[in-house]
Design a protein around this ligand. Structure first.
Ligand code: FAD
Length: 451
């Protein structure tokens, strides 16, 4: 079997690993248009904060890791088009300009996304940056120690914007986050959680200008400010983290695309072209909790999808559908650890799913534990009001309680209810938790029990 993979990030990497593991003698080639294989944007903050010192260490894999296992990796090779009838791809060697043709039995598209520029005046001024990939990592790193950069504006209060804001605040810059939504991280966390976090940003020197639509950038050659509906914020540097564009323009007319350019896939992650599959940020996966398709731009999603596709690659008709994802994710910011899975108020409303929520606040350990960092812990459970099926959850604390979110993700996937979670057999040990484990207590609270 001859497989061509487009893109050498999480989706492409996992696809190659799975094929080489599962199908003896398979011929696998990854074509990657970038010159560096395979920068790990998830680790960019670690590099910017000097927790990893060499930029080239922040990667998923080196080409030789795949080559050792019998695969081929061709960087600086852009796939321009494919012919589904002839089962051929046309590739441009970006180093030499040469055009090549290669053939496949199966083609896996993992071409991902690119940060989207804002469609406002002066978006092409100097010092307007994005936070994705190795080249931007190097440019951002340079600015952290540049004394001329005093005021940094981050546009977008999602995970990436928050990571950027923390990095620049820790480097001593005046940082402002601007977002059109009303709560920082409001697409990931419900208001009870964002109300706890908002003052933390302010205490750490990050101004929040929320509910503000960007009008344009100010400056002659280089950006000097960001104009939004309520005024202008001074900026020597701007990080735009406000959405992405799928890398799919080359696929127009070759496979069916969604309205916003993502690759349309069926429940087996097959595109509209025969023997062509798609994974990763460039598709809209099924959300387990809503049973609807929505963007979930996570490395974990790309890897799950790649594993599924490859497992079924040789079957004419797979019997088992891709079960979907929950967008389980975590973040540390200014000493707080947060994690979420499944539906929150924002994603439920966008997917038109009715949810009921319950916010639970407690201390980590029994109240008699006074001297050992007995910090507050917060859990939000979202569930179906009638069936009590758990549909989503969030956890937050200065202590690291993020592993609880993986339990909740399993609970959602297996269809557990509040009643199940309220009595689940979790451990107690006062060095770790309360007489009931935190998720037992959060579920009991959601059932209206007060103890
Ligand atoms: P991408 O990573 O977008 O890569 C696509 C690749 O395809 C690129 O290398 C591109 O050059 C190549 N390509 C595109 N078109 C072509 C073509 N025509 N020919 C050849 N090559 C092509 N996710 C997590 O799960 N956890 C995290 O902690 C996390 N942190 C993140 C932090 C940051 C700052 C960012 C930006 C993202 C983070 N993510 C995280 C998200 C994660 O990085 C993405 O979900 C993941 O990279 C998606 O992988 P992918 O394979 O779909 O595509």
């Amino acid at each position: 079997m001859k497989v061509i993979i487009v893109g050498a990030s999480h989706g492409g990497h996992q696809s190659a690993l799975e094929i080489l593991d599962r199908y003896e003698g398979a011929d696998v080639t990854i074509y990657e248009k970038g010159d560096f294989v395979s920068f790990l944007s998830c680790g960019m903050q670690l590099y910017l904060e000097d927790k990893v010192t060499q930029v080239d260490d922040v990667r998923n894999f080196k080409p030789e890791d795949i080559e050792k296992r019998g695969g081929k990796v061709k960087s600086q090779h852009e796939v321009l088009t494919f012919d589904a009838d002839k089962k051929e791809v046309t590739i441009k060697n970006l180093a030499t300009g040469e055009l090549l043709v290669d053939t496949y039995d199966k083609l896996i598209l993992a071409s991902g996304v690119t940060p989207a520029a804002l469609p406002v005046p002066n978006a092409d001024l100097e010092n307007i940056f994005f936070m994705r990939g190795r080249a931007w990592a190097l440019q951002i790193k340079d600015k952290l120690s540049d004394d001329k950069v005093k005021n940094v504006v981050v546009i977008g209060s999602g995970y990436i914007g928050v990571e950027a804001a923390e990095v620049f605040a820790k480097a001593g810059k005046n940082v402002t986050i601007i977002d059109m939504i009303d709560n920082v991280l409001g697409n990931y966390l419900d208001q009870e959680m964002t109300d706890i976090l908002a003052p933390v940003f302010k205490e750490n020197g990050v101004n929040l200008e929320l509910g503000a639509q960007i009008k344009g950038f100010v400056g002659e050659k280089q950006v000097t400010g960001v104009e939004h509906q309520n005024g202008v914020v001074d900026a020597d540097l701007v990080i735009v983290a406000a959405g992405v564009t799928p890398n799919t323009s080359w696929l127009e007319g070759l496979v069916d695309l969604e309205e916003r350019g993502q690759i349309k896939v069926d429940e087996y992650l097959r595109t509209s072209a025969k023997d062509v599959y798609a994974v990763g940020d460039a598709i809209l996966p099924l959300n387990v909790a809503s049973q609807k398709h929505a963007p979930v731009a996570l490395a974990t999603t790309a890897r799950r999808e790649a594993r599924y596709v490859v497992r079924n690659l040789t079957k004419d008709q797979p019997t088992e559908k891709f079960q979907g994802v929950l967008g389980t994710s975590a973040l540390a910011v200014f000493g707080y650890n947060l994690a979420m899975t499944g539906l929150n108020e924002f994603s439920a409303s966008r997917s038109e799913v009715q949810i009921k929520g319950n916010f639970y606040k407690d201390t980590l350990r029994p109240t008699f534990v006074k001297n050992d960092g007995n910090t507050e812990v917060y859990v939000k459970l979202n569930f179906d009001e009638k069936s009590h099926k758990i549909l989503g959850g969030q956890v937050l604390s200065t202590y690291d309680i993020t592993a609880h979110i993986n339990t909740l993700a399993l609970a959602i996937k297996t269809g557990l209810t509040l009643e199940d979670l309220a009595e689940a057999d979790f451990f107690f040990q006062p060095g770790f938790d309360r007489q009931w484990s935190l998720l037992n207590l959060a579920a009991q609270s959601a059932l209206g029990e007060t103890k």
